[in-house]
Structure formats: C-alpha cells, structure tokens
Design a protein around this ligand. Sequence first.
Ligand code: ATP
Ligand code: MG
Length: 635
Amino acid sequence: KREQLSPEKLAQNLCQADDVDAQMSLMVRLFEFSESERRLRDLLVTLFQEVFLEFFPGSAILPFGSSVNGFDVSGCDLDLFLDLEKTKSFQASAKAPNIPQDGASPELDTHSEDSILSDIDLATTTVPEVLELIATVLKKCVPGVHRVQTVLSARRPVVKFCHKESGLRGDVSINNKLALCNTRFLQLCIEADERVRPLVYVVRHWAKQQALAGNPFGGGPLLNNYALTLLVLFFLQMRNPPVLPTVNHLKELSNADEQTTVDGWDCTFPKDSSRLDPSGNKENLCSLLAEFFREFEDYDFAGCVISLREGRPLPRPSLLASEVSNKLKLGPFNLQDPFELSHNVSANVNEKTALRFQRCCRDAAKYCRSLQYQRKSTKGKIWGIVRLFQPGNPEAVATDGFVLNLPLKLSAGPPPPCELLNRAGDLHQAWFQKICAGVAFTLRDVLGCSCFETPQGCGEEAVSSGFQQPEEQIEVKMKLLSAGTKRPLDSEEGEGALSPSAKKSRTDASLPVGESTTWDCSAWQHVWLGRRRVRRQLRGTDLDPTTTENAGSLELEAKVSRLLSQQEGEATPTEPLLRFTVCAQATEAASGEPGPRVRLRFTPALEQAAAFQEFFHFLQGFLPRMVEQYLVSKT
Ligand code: ATP
Ligand code: MG
C-alpha cells in the first residue's frame, strides 16, 4: 500500500516549487500512480480477464475511468467493464445446432454440467441475474478479492469488490460501453494539450477539499469527478482562442473509419491527437486556474445547459424544442454528457451545492487576484495553490453543507397528525422532544457514537433562519398563540423568549420556532462503511439483494455497528475519528411540504469538514429511517 499524502506533506512539497505553474505540474506527479501501483492494476486486470474468460468464453474485461483516462490518483477505484457481447453470440450459435460454429470461436461447452452457463441464457437473463453471477465468480474464483457486493440501485448497476492485500476498491459493470468511449475522449483531451492534466488535478483537489465533489460512495448532492472534469474541459473550449476543440469539431476532424455509434449516440472523434491543430492559446496554468474560478463565480448553471458538443452554454428554452430535451433531467446544475446527449451528468447536484460551488469559485477567484497566490513567499508562508486546498470557510461548509431535514411523513401511519401538530399547524413540543430522543438514540445506541446533550443553542445563524430577530420571533409566537391555543398571552410575560431552559420547562408548549436541542458528539469507528455486507451476513445470504439494501430494524442496525466496531479493532481508540455537534431545531415546512420538519445541523470540528462529509452522506439516508422506526416503536 502506498502511504496517503497528508495535507501537511502536500503543502510542504508545493510551497517549495518556484511558481504556480510548477506547483500545478507537481500536483500531477504527487497524485498520479506510482509505477508499482500501475503494475498492480495491470496484474489485477489480467487476473480478472483470465478468470472471466474461463466462465464467460469470449468475454473481455476492459478498464475505464480514472485508472486509465489519465486522471489517475493514487488509491482511486478500479472501474472495469465486462463485455459479454461475444459470449452471447457464441452461446446463441452453440444453441442453434444447424448453424455451423465459427471456426475461430473458442469452444463453448454450454451443455456440460459444470459450465456456469449451462442453465443460463445470456440473451434473456436480466442485468441483476448476470451481476449475481459475476459476484459469485468473483467470490469463489478470484483469489485475494473480498467484500464482493452487488449494487443494483446505481444508475449503472455494478458488482463492487476489494483487493485484500492492497486495499484497492473496484467495480465491474456490464452494458457500459459509453463509459469506455468517454474514457477515450478524456485521454484524447489530455493528449491534445499538456495544460489539461494539471488543471484538472488542481480543480478536482480543490473541489474535494471544499466538500463540493468526490463523494467516494457516489450519489448524494455533490459533483462527481467525471462531471467536474467535463466542466474543466468545457472551460478550456470556451477560452479565446480555445485550448480545446469542441466535440463537434472533433467529429469533423475524424476519418471515415473512426465513425462510431454507441447505444445510438454518435461517439465519433479522432483516435489520437495527431490530426488536431496545436492550440493558439498561450495562457499559462496560473492564469487559467484563476480564470476558471472567475468564469464560474456567477455562472447561471440552472438557466442553461453546458454543452461540450458545441463548446457553449445552450439556453434552456432552445433546448426545450429539441428531441433529447424531453429526457434530459434539468436542475440546478446542467452539464450535458458530450455523447449521451440526453444525460445530465450533474443531475444529482442540488441547489445548495450549486450555490456553494459558485460561492467557493468566488472566494477562490478573489484569492487568485492576491499576491499571495501569484508569488512564492519569501518568508516561508503558504502561497499559490496551497491556500485553495484549505477548507476556506469551515463555517460556510458547516452551515450550508451539513443540514439534514427530517420532513415528517404525516401520512405514514403513526404519529397521527393530530398529536404531531398543534392547532396552529406547528410541530407539537412533545413530538419535537420525541424526535430528538430518536436522533440521540440513533447516534448513541445504534451507531455507538458518544452523544451528550449540551445547554448551548444552535448559534445565531441557526436560530435566525426564517425569523431574523428575537423580536420577530416573539411576535410570531404571539400570533400563533392567539390563533392556535387557549394559553393566555400573559403567561409568556417575562419569559426570555429565546431561553431554551425556559422553553423546556413548559409542559404544554406549542411553539416550535427557535426550539432547539444540541448534542456534543464523537464517532469512534468507521461504522458507516461496509454496513450492507454485515447486514447481509446477519440476515443470511439467501435474501433478495434488493431488500438487503435498506436499513434493518433498530436492533439489527445496532448489531451491525457493534460487529463493524469489533472488526475495526478490539480496543477502544483513545481519540475519536470525528467530533461534531448536532443541533436539532423545529422549523417551518418548506414550500410544497405537508408539515413542519425538524432540521438537524451538523457542525464538524474545525479542519474535519472534508472527512465529515462521508459520514454525513451516510446519515442523510440512514438517520431519517431510524428516527421513523424509533417513533413507531414509541407509539
Ligand atoms: P474517480 O474514480 O477518481 O472518482 P472516475 O473518472 O473513475 O474518477 P467514477 O465515478 O469512478 O469516476 O466513474 C468511472 C467512469 O464512469 C468515469 O470516468 C466515466 O467514464 C463514467 N461515468 C461516471 N459518472 C458518469 C456520469 N454521471 N455520466 C456518464 N459517465 C459517467
Ligand atoms: Mg473511478
């Protein structure tokens, strides 16, 4: 295993470079695969190929993604595509006894008892079935591979695996030829101009540090590395003169034998860069990076569709008239895949992330105008791109990035609406407290975190959302009181409207605005990693894989955490992995939501924002389900 480069080491290394261009080129050398890592990946691919050939005659295992597209980062996952086209046609011809077999085809004994294909017809088998088969082959026949798991919920279903000795993670997919094609496209862009690689490495690392991209589990509201890379390429197409040609122009430069269509999409571009003209653009890396941030600081991501085909943003309305637009899922961040034109590669990005992306670009652009960015420090201070990698404003990440809303499903069984809400339609205090108890129970008893209630409130910003001033809060309270409950107004007199202790002492309280509870928490072990595998072990392996995706009961989940903690290490660690506070607050319903909700604000310890992100993404899916179960168990 290669040692991970610590942020301190990275900063130290980069600060020794002579200028920003040298820093950016050094980034590539510090992050890319070492010779041995590349060899290990090649060996693994060969091993997989041999094993799969055995079971699926004629098949090919083809690596794609960051292992081969030129944006490799030490430790990144190994994306593999299993091409079963030939296997399918061999099987079809073997089944038709009248058609003589192609002499060149390998012998395919699909009728023999021990052939894995003896009772499976690839032409009619469903994707989940084929993936289960692949999972079985990986588990039973590939030495040194463990944690094999089929994930059907992803846009492209995959079988995940882990190489024991190196810790390398990877996945095998089928029906993913477009990814091979866009992998070649990224390779071509790197070949076309030497500035592409350093720029992408720096932007990717910046976005990861700002918790804007790079969720290792996929999904969630952040940009993925593929989308971010396309954004950089688009930026380079837009420079004047352009650094990179548009995809349409690449098509024009192609030969007849390079015409390619995959899944109905035109994927034509030259095989190599020899036919491309060198760019007339002479900007250096230092200025391109600054310009990247400037370009996107006020960008209207929601109002247009970024097109690498045309190398310009397409206005949304003009797109509406076209054919593909019906399928293109538009949202706050629209980045059209250069080949699969009906696919918005950033459709998962939510409005908050899109806005935060702009804000982070603005901060970065501002920093890039300073001398600290442009010139090496003579006093040993950090300078250049190093500052961009510090979580700029942890406050901003914490206040915007780690908020989890628990919308209360009024329709789904208990709790019944009448108990949940007071007459003014607000969340009843008793219910708020029950939900808080559910949150604490999940963190403490289900996940094994330490979790202590503290008297501290949610802080100025948290309390003020929706209601700016304490005076306004009092006013709203009074309005609600007179509209909703019979409590005499004068009983509020003298009660500091914002004092949490005073509010807690009320028994019949009905005013959720500003009501809050805060806990100081620590997570001691990685209980958010590998839960599905353990859950499946506990439930037995014969269950339908789709049901094992979901969280189990409170008891089962607590068991899963205990087992995971045991696996991670017998002794209790002396230092927690993560420290954070959680503040729960009753808030108004968002527009379109049927009822009020409880907002949970997570604030990680300073410097932990990037690491906390992983845990938070897990909680986004997990916590609401657990709290729901807790409520059901208490009614
Ligand atoms: P890394 O693994 O370092 O995050 P990557 O480029 O390998 O970078 P993955 O998320 O592993 O990113 O995806 C692997 C490949 O799958 C990508 O390189 C791209 O070819 C394809 N891909 C990923 N996400 C998308 C998407 N949203 N739309 C189209 N293709 C995608
Ligand atoms: Mg990858």
